[in-house]
Each structure stands twice: as C-alpha cells, then as structure tokens.
Design a protein around this ligand. Sequence first.
Ligand code: FAD
Ligand code: FES
Length: 367
Amino acid sequence: MAIVITVATISGITGLLALLLSVANRTIADYGEKEILINGEKTLTVDGGDTLLSALVEQKIFIPSACGGKGSCGYCKVTVLEGGGEILPTELGYVSPEERKAGVRLSCQLKVRENLKIQIPEELFSVRQYEYEVAYIKDVTPTIKHLRLELPASEEIDFKPGQYVQLLAPKYKGNDSEVYRAYSIASSPSDTKAVELFIGYVERGIATTFVHHYLKPGAKVTVVGPYGDFYYHESDKEMILVAIGTGMSPILSILKYMRAIGSTRKATFYFGARTCEDLFEMETLAELERDLPNFKLVTCLSRPEESCHWEGNVGRVTNMLEKYLMDDVTHLDKEAYLCGSPVMIDSVIPILTKKGVPEAQIYYDKF
Ligand SMILES: Cc1cc2nc3c(=O)[nH]c(=O)nc-3n(C[C@H](O)[C@H](O)[C@H](O)COP(=O)(O)OP(=O)(O)OC[C@H]3O[C@@H](n4cnc5c(N)ncnc54)[C@H](O)[C@@H]3O)c2cc1C
Ligand code: FES
C-alpha cells in the first residue's frame, strides 16, 4: 500500500511540474511577435521563441535541413546581418571562422528572440512542399529500395539534374518525432510529374526504417525541394562521373537529362559497389550507353562473391579511376561529378586535381 501511495505521489508531482513548465513556456518565455527581414525586401512577422528554421518553414520558406533540425548536418545555414546574439557552441563545428565573420548561423539552432535581418539564396524562395503518392517501391539490392513518387495531375516539380529533395518520415511505432532527410533525385527533370529515389537502409535509421519497413505503394508522402548546388553544368567539357552505392542517384538524373537533350558530350561513369548483389540499374545504364553516343560505364566491385563469377574490375572505385586516368593521354579540359561517402570523395578529389582537373570544375555531394 505504501508503495502505491509513494508512486501516486511521485506521479502527481511530476505531472504538476510538467504542467508548470508548459505554462511557464507559454507565459514567461513569451517573446511576442518578431519581424524577420529577408534579403532586404521581404518582411515576415513570426511568433518569437521558435528556431529560425521552424519560423521560416511556418511561412513556407524551406531552408535545407538534412538532419531535420538536430544540428548535425550543417545544411541550414543562413547569413544573419542583424540580431540573433552570439553564435552557439552547437553551431561552431559547422561554421568556419570566415563564415562566422560574415554572420553565418545554423538556422535550426538560433532562436528568434528579437527582430532579425537575414540573407538567404534567392532560389530557396522557389522551394515548395509537395504531397506525392508512392507509385511503386521495390528492392533493387538487399539494402536499396527504388521509389517512384507521383504528383497529382495538376502539379509539377521543376528541378536541375543532380539536385535533391527532403522526404518527411512521419512518426511510427518506435519513432516519436517527424524528421526530414535528404534524397537525391534519380529521374530526369523532363519527368515533371514524378521523382524517383534510391534509398539505402541504415541500421536503426529513422527515415530509412520508415521507407524500408513501413512505406507502401499508394501511401502519401510529404516532400520538400528541390535543393542543392550539385547539378549538371551546361558545357562541352568531357565529364568524369564517380559514385558508389546510392550516390548513383543524381548521376542517373544527369545522364537521363543528357539523353533527353540529345547530348553528345564525352562522359565516363565510374561506379563502385561491394558485391554483384549490390549492383543495380545496370539495364538502365546499358540503355544510356546505347543512347548516348559518347558515354561509357566502368564498374568495379570491391568484394565480388565467388558465386557471381565476376570478370570485371576488382578494387576500390578510387584505384580504378586512378588506373583509367593514368592511361588517359588527352589533355582536354574536364569536369567531374562525384557522389557518395565523404571518404570516397575526399580521396577522389586529389586524384583529379593531380590529373589537371581544376577544383572549381569538381562538383560533389557527400552523404
Ligand atoms: C544531399 C544529400 C543527398 C542524399 N541522398 C541520398 C540518397 O539518394 N539515397 C540515400 O540512401 N541516402 C541519401 N542521403 C542520406 C540520407 O539523407 C540520410 O542521411 C540517410 O538515409 C540516413 O537517414 P536515417 O534517418 O535513416 O538515419 P538517422 O536516423 O539519421 O541515423 C541513424 C544512425 O545511423 C548513422 N548513419 C546515418 N547515415 C549513415 C550511413 N549512410 N551509413 C552508416 N551510418 C549512418 C547516423 O550517424 C546515426 O547514428 C543523402 C544525404 C544528403 C545530405
Ligand atoms: S538542420 Fe541540420 S544542422 Fe540545422
């Protein structure tokens, strides 16, 4: 009996404290309405106290937030020209000393407690929220799913080949918060009614568990975008494309776009995977090789299983690229597009620069 009374008393006190905290939040911490002047031309009136990221999202201005506001991706940077106080310890790891001097802040960490003047890239004004329907979702490797998401008949999305969208993973059993995660678009921008994504499973990952275990054809999903400065650049320079795993997504979008515009650019795609089972979209790439007159695919497996009798390149994609570039005696001005893990990209960049590819012509997305 004594135990029951003690438990009931503790629960009562905890409940009362929670209530007091919530009342205090709404009264003591009431910052009232604040004004945010954006790019010197657009003024928003928002409720103070929220993060700048949330305040902007409320007003349908979608700043990229690949980690969903956890302060762990560094994508939500905005330049704060006035207001905002001192930079927070949680921002320091993502803001360089030069950026700090220029007023760059992580909008998911900064709370709107006073009027602000901020600067954001103009293209973020065209980022929109879409409700897509899952047309299909299928396994292409034991760990990667291919999704096609379609828009209602009256809507269209405009994006550049190589860009990404953010998919909202809602609450589900075992996950009590909504999170946005970034996924590169694999389809061509000429397909304005849909986006295709390749999503790899991450053990205990919030969004990938949702996609791999809960998302079904016919379901509605919220997508925000497009985002990103990794995209196809019009020119006639020879292209070196390098990707591993789902890093193939934006490269596919670029190649499909090149096919749609009848491009004759010379392009070689170096794709690395672990085993034969991890190869995907090989038929699509073979079709692209057939349709694009100067495109070549070079694949490489780091650990081919004996059972698949692999006769192609073996090793890391970086070694393969080095080998192919060594044999390349052309001195044309080249352009490179890299997508995959930070480790892969950080080892490919020096190989390319050593071969004379200017850093300004090396575009990449790390994930
Ligand atoms: C610009 C951009 C484009 C991207 N495009 C794609 C894409 O096309 N396809 C795709 O599959 N992913 C892509 N990603 C990665 C994606 O946004 C998520 O980070 C990833 O799907 C994990 O999300 P999650 O919510 O499941 O994992 P979380 O819940 O965020 O992470 C769970 C745990 O796993 C760790 N973790 C996260 N990612 C990995 C990983 N890859 N390997 C090992 N551990 C990890 C985290 O540190 C954490 O400890 C992209 C990321 C960026 C920034
Ligand atoms: S949203 Fe990822 S750091 Fe701010």
